[in-house]
Design a protein around this ligand. Structure first.
Ligand code: MG
Ligand code: MG
Length: 256
């Protein structure tokens, strides 16, 4: 069942959104050459702790995972793009880092991710990040009352297709509220005019992820979590928690 949130509940989710945004901003600021992924996890942990927020990731074990996640952020580097387990890996110049963070405040959740380059960027990585952000913006723009869920996926998929990036329809977006992963599932592709009719009160985590490609297959590391492109091309991921309101989409995890 897809639950509609009241304005007061959306307001509660705004508080969680602000903490998640602050954690991602702090991690990005700290992510310099030589810093380890575990140290970045500590940075995010401090932000959550001082805000009285609860991590949605630490200890999380969905059906596909063989062990609980250990960390408050996902840190996926280069050909890693999703679910990267924070490790003792130290960032090197030019690394493409994908960071995902989820937290709840007073029982209401928010989930957001961003990708950026540490140190000297490769132009093609900046382009991939820009494509992913453009896809996120297109998906958000399609999240209006009266539209269909398929319109969001189609808007994301069209940006990816036009850019010629590697795509995979696994994972993707989701409803969010009292729990991080609620119905509906929102694939990063689809047909316009299909699926759930969107109404004010729906809250969705919209999250395109792409590779340079052309491959679309992935492998999972021995850690049971970190998802990498099978062809080892680099990936990027962008995510916002978005409330659909009568005035259009509102990003609850907007960073300054
Ligand atoms: Mg996320
Ligand atoms: Mg998510």
């Amino acid at each position: 069942m897809v639950e509609l949130k009241t304005p007061a509940q959306i307001d509660a989710m705004r508080a969680a959104g602000r903490v998640v945004a602050a954690a991602l901003t702090a991690v990005k600021k700290s992510a310099t050459v030589g810093v380890s992924l575990r140290e970045l996890d500590e940075v995010a942990r401090d932000v959550l702790r001082s805000a009285g927020a609860v991590s949605l990731f630490d200890g999380y074990q969905p059906g596909f995972a063989s062990s609980p996640f250990s960390g408050v952020i996902c840190t996926s580097v280069n050909d890693g793009v999703l679910h990267g387990l924070p490790s003792d890996l130290h960032l090197a110049d030019g690394d493409l880092l994908n960071v995902d963070c989820g937290a709840s405040v007073d029982g209401w959740c928010a989930d957001s991710a961003t990708s950026f380059v540490v140190g000297t960027p490769r132009p093609e990585d900046l382009e991939l990040i820009a494509t992913t952000e453009r896809a996120l913006a297109a998906g958000i723009a399609a999240a209006v009352p009266g539209a269909r869920l398929g319109d969001i996926g189609a808007a994301i998929g069209a940006v990816g297709k036009q850019a010629g990036v590697g795509t995979n329809l696994d994972f993707g977006g989701h409803g969010i509220g009292r729990r991080m992963h609620e119905e509906p599932h929102l694939p990063n592709g689809g047909r316009p005019g299909r699926g759930l009719k969107l109404r004010a009160g729906h809250v969705l985590a919209i999250e395109p992820w792409f590779w340079h490609g052309p491959g679309s297959a992935y492998v999972i590391d021995d850690d049971g979590w970190t998802l990498r492109s099978a062809d080892h091309t680099r990936g990027a991921h962008a995510e916002h928690t978005v409330a659909i309101t009568d005035n259009g989409p509102e990003i609850l995890t907007l960073r300054e």
